[in-house]
Design a protein around this ligand. Structure first.
Ligand code: MTE
Length: 333
């Protein structure tokens, strides 16, 4: 059974967690031998903790040429610029969270086992147009653009990445949700034969995430097909993932296979595992700490200096209106 070794920079959980939650999570983690999101970070990070992910063990090159490779690079949309340097590609593609392939950051080689073709995406539930689409036809039918987005993990590390993709609003146009649909529930692939993490039965596989229809239709909500001017790599969520730059990174679900429109609020993977720590909205707010650590600052990948975290991760102008009148609700974690 793998053992989870707590990194030196993690804060003691008991400092900030209600005793009962602390005890039950510790019991779960101990009995299962797993890491949970947030145990692998937070608190004052050590200088250079990311250095070891560079160079030494690069992802293995793909043998197969991606059938959409000819589409890249696409033009960058200048409306989505960020006043921070881009994260080094080597870091963004080798320091990952993808629990399907392990509860640690170094899953990039294991993730190459994911067969990303053939791949279909199903749209179902409360829509006028239920459909299953081949990923290549979907990508070729969409108006691709490149956007530079911030990404802020709930664990308090961050990056700045050039994603290629299309607004989720385009998928909504194609699905034509019924007027009673209030949410979209999204699902990652399920294949325990290739994804060893999915053999760990204490996790509620497959990974699920959800948005309100208004969030899904917001112009910032981006379905990603590419990264750094090329098709997105397996470890980053190929062939289709979400990028929600104003929410904690766990909402940006990877390797999507299904979008189900519904009138019921979906319960996400992390919410089901730890409802006191991970909620439905999970909007970034430096003033609302995670129950076990502060969210006031973050460590950009590749940097040893912490920087202040911004409300809605710097996207308040674009998204604060979505939550008008909801201030009393749990919208920040
Ligand atoms: N999607 C799936 N299916 N499985 C995961 O474990 N991890 C999430 C999110 N999407 C995760 C996922 C978390 S916690 C983060 S921070 C981002 O993916 C990390 O994206 P990256 O590895 O491309 O940086």
């Amino acid at each position: 059974m793998p053992t989870f070794i707590k990194p030196r920079w993690a804060i003691p959980e008991r400092d900030a967690t209600p005793e009962s939650v602390f005890r039950s999570r510790r019991a779960l983690i101990k009995s299962a031998g797993l890491g949970a999101i947030g145990l692998a970070a937070a608190g004052p990070a050590k200088a250079g903790i990311f250095d070891r992910f560079l160079g030494a063990d690069e992802p293995k090159p793909d043998d197969e040429v991606d059938p959409t490779a000819d589409l890249y690079p696409v033009s960058r949309n200048p409306a989505f610029a960020v006043d921070r340097p881009l994260t080094d590609k080597g870091l963004a593609t080798t320091y990952n969270n993808f629990y399907e392939f392990g509860s640690h950051k170094r899953i990039f080689n294991a993730a190459q086992a994911l067969p990303i073709r053939p791949w279909t995406v199903t749209i179902d539930g409360m829509v006028e147009a239920e459909q299953t689409i081949d990923i290549d036809s979907l990508i070729r039918s969409m108006p691709l653009e490149e956007r530079i987005y911030r990404h802020r993990c709930v664990e308090a590390w961050s990056m700045v990445v050039p994603w290629t993709g299309f607004p989720m609003a385009e998928l909504l146009k194609r699905a034509r949700p019924l007027s009673g649909a209030r949410y979209v529930r999204m699902k990652t692939f399920l294949d325990p034969e290739v994804a060893s993490g999915q053999r760990q039965s204490w996790y509620p596989w497959p990974y699920v995430e959800g948005l309100t229809i208004e969030e899904a239709a917001n112009p910032l909500t981006f379905l990603v097909t590419g990264i750094y001017g090329a098709p997105v790599e397996e470890q980053n969520g190929a062939p289709l993932r979400l990028a929600l730059p104003w929410k904690y990174g766990f909402k940006s679900i990877k390797s999507l296979v299904r979008f189900t429109f519904t009138d019921q609020r979906p319960v996400s993977f992390w919410e089901e595992l730890g409802p006191t720590e991970y909620g439905f909205f999970a909007n970034v707010n430096p003033e609302v700490p995670h129950p076990r650590w502060s969210q006031a600052t973050e460590e950009p990948l590749g940097s040893s200096e912490r920087i202040p975290t911004l409300l809605y991760n710097g996207y308040a102008e674009e998204v604060a209106g979505l939550y008008a009148g909801m201030e009393g609700e749990r919208i920040y974690y």
